[in-house]
Design a protein. Structure first.
Length: 319
């Protein structure tokens, strides 16, 4: 029972802590005259990735690399099949041209690059598969390219950046307190979440890969899921798809890049199946924008996404 409390409590703590960190840092940035666009594309973007990053760092330190990699791939898969699926069932999702022709293909490229870097045995005939520090730096280099592209498109007004609701004016002492509280919360939340997940995997006889792909991935994606449901119910789902794809790109290039740079990650060849599913998710998302020349994901396609996700999770658990 204690392990389940650690797991659930850890997820809740890192989600709230990420929010505190974003509020405090955004308020300080605003005081120093940094504009909303920059805050939205840096501090807010980092805050939404903080739960996954925290889990990955603790997983790597603890040697539970299957959780770290499974968390990233599981989040990417759930972002498309679960979050986009649920949102599309509530209200059709329109897709912008930039997202269709640039960001979705770029998210697919991220998974392909990860597959190439991780499969040393298959590609280089090495003795073991590793996402090494040099691989991590390569992933971070692609992140820089993506950020340059994103800043450029946002300045042109091609990418909507909704930051006003995130940036609250706070006194400096309160802002610093929120930042410190967020950092402490992320530390303990990540520590206990990983500890609980590893112990539960041992008790239930489940692999750490499956725990990372399912419970942890969905848990750390709850804020995105809640936001997407609210946006869909308000019939303003246009930016959902951009946020989801941006999160997927960030997950691979930033989170895995940072984690591997801190501590090289052994790569379990079984995870190639999940890599393929993540690739399939991006390809299927792109295909839905081509059917009948439409740039919209309708309710039927959302239901198909959800059925695929349920099938994938079921297969992962029983296999």
């Amino acid at each position: 029972m204690l392990n389940f409390i650690f797991l659930a409590g850890g997820i809740v703590l890192i989600i709230y802590s990420a929010g505190w960190l974003v509020n405090g840092a955004s308020a300080i940035a605003k005081k120093f005259g940094i504009n909303d666009l920059v805050i939205g594309l840096t501090i807010v973007a980092f805050g939404t990735s903080a739960p996954e990053l925290t889990v990955n760092i603790f997983s790597a330190i603890k040697g539970s690399t299957d959780i770290a990699i499974g968390n990233v791939l599981g989040s990417n898969i759930s972002n498309i099949f679960l979050i986009v699926g649920v949102a599309a069932v509530i209200y059709p999702i329109h897709i912008q041209n930039n997202t269709k022709w640039k960001e979705i293909p770029f998210s697919l490229l991220a998974i392909v690059i990860l597959g190439i870097l991780a499969n040393d045995v298959l590609i280089d005939k090495a003795n073991a598969n590793f996402i090494s520090r040099s691989d991590g730096l390569i992933l971070l280099s692609f992140l820089i390219i993506f950020l340059i592209y994103t800043f450029g498109m946002a300045k042109k007004g091609s990418i909507p950046v909704d930051t006003e609701e995130h940036i609250k004016q706070l006194p400096m002492p309160k802002s610093i307190f929120f930042i410190l509280l967020g950092l402490v919360g992320l530390y303990f939340g990540g520590k206990y979440l990983v500890e609980g997940a590893v112990n539960i995997a041992k008790i239930l006889g489940m692999s750490e890969r499956v725990i990372g792909l399912t419970i942890i991935a969905v848990g750390t994606s709850l804020p995105e899921l809640a936001t997407s449901i609210v946006a869909a119910r308000k019939k303003k789902p246009d930016i959902i798809i951009g946020n989801v794809i941006g999160s997927n790109i960030f997950n691979v290039f930033f989170i895995l890049g940072t984690t591997a740079t801190i501590s090289p990650l052994p790569f379990n060849a079984q995870i190639n199946f999940d890599l393929i599913i993540a690739m399939f998710a991006s390809v299927l998302l792109f295909i839905t924008t081509l059917t009948l020349g439409r740039k919209i994901i309708v309710r039927t396609e959302g239901i198909i996404f959800l059925l695929i996700y349920i099938s994938y999770i079921t297969y992962s658990i029983i296999s």
